[in-house]
Design a protein around this ligand. Sequence first.
Ligand SMILES: O=C(CO)COP(=O)(O)O
Length: 258
Amino acid sequence: MSNQKVLLGTNWKMTKTLSEGRQYVKQLREIEQQLSDQIELFIIPSFPHLYPLKEDVQGTSINIGAQNMHWEEKGAYTGEVSPVMLKELGLDLVEIGHSERRQYYNENDVDVNKKVVAALRHDLKALVCIGENATDKTMNVGKEKVRQQLKIALQHVPAEDVDNVIVAYEPVWAIGENGLPADADYVAEQHDEIRKLLVELYGNKGVETPILYGGSVNKRNFESYLNCQNVSGLFIGRAAWDIDSFRDILFTVNEHHL
Ligand SMILES: O=C(CO)COP(=O)(O)O
């Protein structure tokens, strides 16, 4: 890990009701007061909860982000949400290209690129998710796969906008109930490769781009990932959905990893 801030966030996916989310945020606010300002917290809830939760975190440094968005500003796209709508809620973070979006909703690298460009145009930070699947890994093309995904995601993104990009490396085979936790050595290699590409594309600016790790992060393994040089933080699903479990992780980072 470098000496930048540590980003620690959770993707709630489609798991919480609004009342559960509000209860969680109430507790997270208390936790946040005890953490160093070197830790940056973010939560990615479902669309209908963005506005109330944004209000609930007022006066704290907890960021709220959306799980997805369309690249157009408006139009006949039933069921979609635009960058303008997210901005109007006062948000400044949007997750783009999560593997579940790619897998279940057929999002491809070009869609991801359009969304990244639109997010940056609207002054939203783009949390760009990339990661190889199990076959890519078995066939030994994991590095090529993440390079390709990220290169396409960042087409037409100039160096002056890359400050608003956060990369999340999340190998598909490591995510969710059937996911296998990755070895820290493997994660370190993939993060080094991603850093190399960012530097190829953006020179010194690419050194600063945060690269988060996600996929079966839990209380037993999270420190091994944070110890990797190019891991700037964690993007956590299940192990952060329960506030007590997230609290344990946050306090450990606060005490041992800053
Ligand atoms: O998908 C994830 C974060 O976006 C990670 O999910 P899990 O931590 O539950 O594997």
